[in-house]
Write a protein that binds this ligand. Structure first.
Ligand code: NAD
Ligand code: DAU
Length: 371
């Protein structure tokens, strides 16, 4: 019997990880700890909330005393840490919140795990602290290959350059979000190097799929197309991101949590680069088709707006190490993933409307209080 603390489990990726672990490992006890910020939504976990091996705890990772008490009460063996402020645009407006949650919150969680595990007779034996991070800590890459280069993949036209982020790429974060994630990664590694904590860090590319908060590009644009609202494309839409279906990320997390090497780092990505504007056209085509609109119907919603400050040009992850060492590969092809994702948002308009109106928070405030 293992008891695993998953932080940020009411968010986008966290909810997929919680669902996977609760269903796949009935012999584990899964504790989902989440502050339920604007990004946390327990409706993301409705289908598993009554499972006997699942417990939800509303708490802030910065609250060291509460976290330590919970770790002792539940005899936590492993931590999978996803709780974070995750949106780059918000970090540009409010960097303090990002430093607080992502840096101090991670430190508080590390320190609580250290105090709990060091108090046990077996100490760190059989324990693991797994920190989920991002490719954004590596900075930005150049666009060195023109579109249509025969070396590119068949769907997006990528790769758009010869360089990729590898596990050995030096950190060079540009946004307050990525600077806070980089700092938290350093703290995690410092706890291994200084105290011998069995840590592991992974850096993943852009995720997409069901339950993503509609401030992020894909759900925002699907919802805006459905409602006939403008689609704000930052700058010229030339920036490149590497997209991975969220369940493929969750599978990688499961594999690495169980089989990854202690103190190691793994990059996780889809080898699936897209220029924003090309991706947006695929989304428009898919939504229009599924809504029964004529071809090209929503193209006129594209609206070029002022670029994001410090907008990183290209992210591209090299996940060869994960494939070679642990045999992980994405299972879903991009076209299939986008089709599935668009269908999910169109079929779950109530979820989307609750999130955009803020109603989901009122409901859960009654249940857990608004601390
Ligand atoms: P999200 O914003 O959807 O969810 C974050 C969750 O953390 C929410 O449920 C929120 O309530 C919770 N949270 C925030 N502050 C908290 C606090 N102080 N205490 C407890 N809970 C708190 O984020 P996401 O997109 O699911 O990302 C999850 C993790 O994965 C983050 O660490 C992010 O940096 C990382 N990541 C995300 C992506 C991506 O494409 N979304 C890619 C790579 C890495
Ligand atoms: O690379 C991993 C990261 O991916 C994660 O660490 C972050 O948590 C996650 O939010 C995501 O960051 P991005 O900034 O890449 O995602 P976002 O969906 O905000 O934007 C994707 C691209 O689309 C980016 O180049 C900015 C652009 N964009 C975004 C929005 C919201 C637009 O052009 N218009 C928009 O309205």
């Amino acid at each position: 019997m293992k008891t695993i603390l998953i932080t940020g489990g009411a968010g986008f990726i966290g909810s997929h990880v919680v669902r996977l672990f609760v269903r796949k490992y009935p012999e584990y006890r899964i504790i989902n700890l989440d502050k339920l910020t604007y990004a946390g939504n327990l409706a993301n976990l409705k289908d598993i909330e009554n499972e006997p091996n699942y417990r939800f705890v509303k708490a802030d990772i910065c609250d060291f005393d509460t976290i330590l008490a919970l770790m002792k009460e539940e005899k936590i063996d492993g931590v999978i840490h996803l709780a974070a402020e995750s949106h780059v645009d918000r970090s540009i407006k409010d960097p303090f919140t990002f430093a607080m949650t992502n840096v101090i919150g991670t430190l508080s969680l590390l320190q609580a795990a250290k105090c709990h595990w060091e108090s046990l007779p077996e100490k760190y034996e059989g324990k693991r602290f797994y920190h989920i991070s991002t490719d954004e800590v590596y900075g930005a890459l150049q666009l060195t290959r023109p579109e249509g280069d025969p070396a590119g993949n068949e769907c997006g036209g990528g790769p758009f350059g010869d360089e990729f982020f590898k596990e050995s790429t030096p950190y060079n974060p540009h946004s307050p979000y990525s600077a806070s994630k980089a700092s938290s990664d350093h703290f995690v590694r410092a706890f291994h190097d200084t105290y011998g904590m069995p840590t592991i860090v992974t850096n993943c590319s852009n995720n997409y799929g069901p339950y993503q908060f509609p401030e992020k590009l894909i759900p925002l644009f699907i919802n805006n197309i459905r409602r006939g609202k403008p689609l704000p494309v930052y700058g010229k839409g030339e920036n490149v991101r590497d997209w991975l279906y969220v369940e493929d990320h969750a599978r990688a997390i499961d594999l690495i949590f169980h089989k990854g090497k202690t103190a190691d780092t793994y990059n996780i990505g889809g080898f699936n680069e897209w220029k924003n504007i090309d991706l947006i056209k695929v989304i428009i085509e898919t939504v229009d088709r599924l809504l029964g609109n004529p071809k090209g119907h929503s193209l006129g919603l594209i609206t070029y707006v002022t670029d994001r400050a410090g907008h990183d040009l290209r992210y591209a992850i090299d996940s060869t190490k994960l494939k070679k060492e642990l045999g992980w590969e994405p299972q879903l092809q991009f076209r299939e993933g986008i089709e599935k994702t668009v269908k999910w948002y169109l079929e779950n308009q109530e979820w989307m409307d609750n999130v955009t109106s803020g109603d989901y928070q009122k409901y859960y405030e009654n249940m857990y209080g608004n601390r």
